[in-house]
Design a protein around this ligand. Structure first.
Ligand SMILES: NCc1[nH]cc(CCC(=O)O)c1CC(=O)O
Length: 309
């Protein structure tokens, strides 16, 4: 054991802190560690600093992880905890995923003081979301609704909803649950109504490639079915684009070694979409996701992704 505690790098948002503390507890339980053996190191990322621009104009993913990756590579921290859906499909050189925690609720929550569900919102109502995926699926189901950009962390978005900036918003159920805010949800959207983001509800722990001690420490925290499901979803995403400019959704579910994957790409306005569903052996997760991505590219045609702004 090295001198000093194992340090966990994390963003400072309430959700990030909850997740990092959760990993800390899991590590302490798995290895019977004491209070001082694992500690958090809060790191501010560019994504946290820049609050006034839509995320997709800022170079997309990696924005919330760059400074934490650098701290890992320098050896300032031994591990880093991230919402897996915020991780780019290609990890930085010399970093790898050491554990994927058991997945929480994958669904999106519908929040509104005006209606119990998306379909019950009055005509022309305003939905606030910064997610192209959610916005496009809202328009797909309800072309009459107006989607406006809604940034900030979970608490900020809830405040904006209270202030009447929008009539409704959508947030990941997993995040609300973790923050003790599940009661704010009017309902949960089914995956058929609103297909979740790739890796939604999963927490990934990163470590330096080759840091065997930290990898061994984290191994008991890994959930194989969640790892398999997100491997399929991320292979799908990698095939399609991976930038924040394309509305993409994907969900793999595993039961008895059989994997069912649903994938969806949409035009930002939700008027055009292409979906796919495949089933196969969970052992082929990566190929299933990749092939589903290739098949959607064929179905959508070469102009679909190219024509997006
Ligand atoms: N993009 C922000 C983000 N990243 C992870 C979560 C919630 C937890 C999860 O989806 O795993 C959220 C908030 C949200 O989408 O409502």
């Amino acid at each position: 054991m090295p001198a000093g505690p194992h340090l966990i790098g994390t963003r400072g948002s309430p959700l990030a802190l909850w997740q990092a503390r959760h990993v800390r507890e899991c590590l302490m339980d798995a290895h019977s560690l004491g209070e001082g053996d694992v500690d958090l190191a809060v790191i501010t990322t560019s994504g946290d600093r820049i609050q006034d621009q839509p995320l997709r104009d800022l170079g997309g993913k990696g924005l919330f992880t760059k400074e934490i990756d650098e701290a890992l590579l320098r050896g300032d921290v031994a591990l880093a905890v991230h919402s897996m859906k915020d991780l780019p499909t290609t990890l930085p050189d010399r970093l790898s995923i050491a554990a994927v925690l058991p997945r929480a609720d994958v669904r999106d929550a519908f929040l509104s003081p005006k209606a119990a569900s998306l379909m019950e919102l009055p005509p022309g109502a305003v939905v606030g979301t910064s997610s192209l995926r959610r916005g496009a699926q809202v328009k797909r189901r309800r072309p009459d609704l107006r989607v406006i950009d809604f940034r900030g962390n979970v608490e900020t978005r809830l405040r904006k909803l209270d202030e009447g900036v929008a009539d409704a918003t959508l947030l990941a159920m997993a995040g609300l649950d973790r923050l003790g805010l599940a009661s704010k949800a009017a309902s949960a959207l089914s995956a058929d109504e609103m297909l979740p983001a790739v890796a939604q509800g999963a927490i990934a722990v990163l470590a330096r490639t080759g840091d065997e001690e930290t990898h061994a420490l984290l191994a008991p925290l890994n959930d194989p079915d969640t790892e398999t499901a997100v491997t399929c979803e991320r292979a799908f995403l990698a095939r399609l684009d991976g930038s924040c400019r394309t509305p993409i959704a994907g969900l793999a579910e595993i039961a008895d070694g059989i994997l069912r994957f649903r994938g969806l790409i949409l035009s930002p306005g939700g008027a055009e979409w292409h979906d796919i569903e495949v089933t196969g052996a969970a052992a082929n997760a990566e190929a299933l996701g990749r092939d589903a991505g290739d098949e959607l590219l064929v179905r959508a045609g070469p102009n679909f992704l190219a024509s997006l702004p």
